[in-house]
Design a protein around this ligand. Structure first.
Ligand SMILES: *Cc1c(COP(=O)(O)O)cnc(C)c1O
Length: 396
């Protein structure tokens, strides 16, 4: 069965919640994907910033195979070895104090929000607290995460959502301050907005948020689901800013393709928030998922991927800046490390993406008219060259 029959079958059976590009993928190898027609694509999308190790990493694959043979699931009524190992490793790279494993990013956000509410209710002796989120943020599609997502078109059909959420402008401290009152228990922010259009936070903005939170005992939640796990040349983007969260969320590249997420707490938050019975997940901390996390972190260390990202970032940025100079449709380049956005004008980003597909290159969009580049972290210099050559033909 080739592309079209597959697509017809898919549209017959799978609920139509995505307008997909007409590609049916069959296998991956390194930083390349192959469709059912055997066509090869250089992948600068990485399953939306997920496949940091690319495809078919032998060590990663083998450890999943071995864990699948040993033990796939036991439930949280018992302990399991991969969860314990993954837990120590994720705390070590983040410097946080406690972790809860989830199955996705949106569930990590749910846990973070519940933690903040519980912290404030234990402190104050009552519930009814509010949360400040950012305009143009993206935190996921479940009801709680959607409530703090700053794009009204995503939220409106599902209202009323979780109450007590107020939206401030990203990188605008006064707009945050104007929303502060005694009910606020948390501020949630992506250190680099991803879906919203690749907007890095200004360093002084994050630092001032930290100061404000310290002053008022408000918990600062960093959503590192997209910008985390090495993408900016730090395990977590906030480490590059030197501004520490009380709660952070992680997913996407945490399992490098295996569905897994986590929320992590500092000691103060862990001690004053969720207690036995407050939160749970049948699959959360699943041995197979945690074996993936554990192996991903080992590979990051063994291959020194963070240094690799730092070494190659100037080259990637130089290439993209050169494109910006040469093509009038590129208005600006934004981003950090291997999380880059090209703001376009005069050409719809969808058109550039479709042309790139014809050229054997996968790139994606982000909010507004932004071309998003979030390649596997294992890309090499020559693949950056290959990407720019392919992209050139798609721009005006
Ligand atoms: C993708 C993403 C989420 C949601 O994660 P899912 O695994 O899709 O639920 C949340 N926050 C940010 C910043 C994301 O990029």
């Amino acid at each position: 069965m080739k592309t079209n029959p597959y697509i017809e079958k898919s549209e017959e059976n799978i609920l139509h919640t995505y307008n997909r590009f007409p590609l049916v993928f069959e296998k991956g190898d390194g930083v390349y994907l192959y469709d059912v027609e055997g066509r090869k694509y250089l992948d600068f999308a990485a399953g939306i910033a997920v496949n940091a190790l690319g495809y078919g990493h032998p060590v990663y694959t083998k450890s999943l195979q071995e864990q699948a043979e040993r033990l796939i699931h036991v439930s949280n009524l018992y302990y399991n070895v991969p969860m314990i190992e993954a837990g120590s490793k994720v705390l070590k790279i983040s410097g946080m104090d406690k972790v809860f494993f989830t199955n996705s990013g949106t569930e990590a956000i749910e846990g973070a929000l519940k933690t903040a509410k519980k912290y404030a209710s234990r402190r104050d002796g009552h519930a009814g607290h509010s949360i400040i989120a950012m305009n143009h943020s993206f935190h996921g599609r479940s009801v709680g995460a959607l409530s703090v997502t700053g794009t009204s078109s995503y939220r409106e059909p599902f209202e009323p959502l979780m109450g007590g959420v107020k939206f401030a402008d990203f990188n605008d401290l006064d707009s945050v301050k104007s929303l502060i009152d005694d009910t606020v228990c948390a501020i949630i922010i992506e250190p680099i907005q991803g879906e919203g259009g690749i907007y890095p936070a200004a360093p002084e903005f994050l630092q001032k948020l930290r100061d404000l939170c310290d002053e008022k005992d408000i918990l600062l939640i960093f959503d590192e689901i997209q910008c985390g796990m090495g993408r900016t040349g730090h395990y977590f983007a906030w480490q590059g800013y030197g501004v520490t969260p009380d709660i952070m969320t992680c997913a996407k590249a945490l399992g490098c393709g295996f569905p897994v997420g986590a929320f992590l707490l500092n000691a103060k938050t862990a001690a004053g928030s969720l207690e036995p019975g407050d939160h749970g997940s049948t699959y959360g901390g699943n041995p197979l998922a945690c074996a993936a996390v554990s192996q991903v972190i080992d590979i990051f260390e063994q291959e020194d991927l963070i240094s690799h990202v730092r070494r190659l970032t100037p080259y990637l940025e130089e290439k993209l800046d050169k494109l910006s100079e040469n093509f009038s449709c590129i208005k600006a380049r934004r981003g950090k490390g291997f999380m880059q956005g090209l703001a376009l004008e005069g050409i719809p980003v969808g058109q550039v993406i479709s042309r790139a597909i014809e050229n054997g290159l996968l790139v994606i969009s982000a909010g507004g008219n932004v071309l998003r580049l979030v390649p596997p972290l294992i890309i090499k210099r020559k693949q950056i060259d290959e990407m720019t050559e392919k992209l050139k033909d798609c721009l005006i």
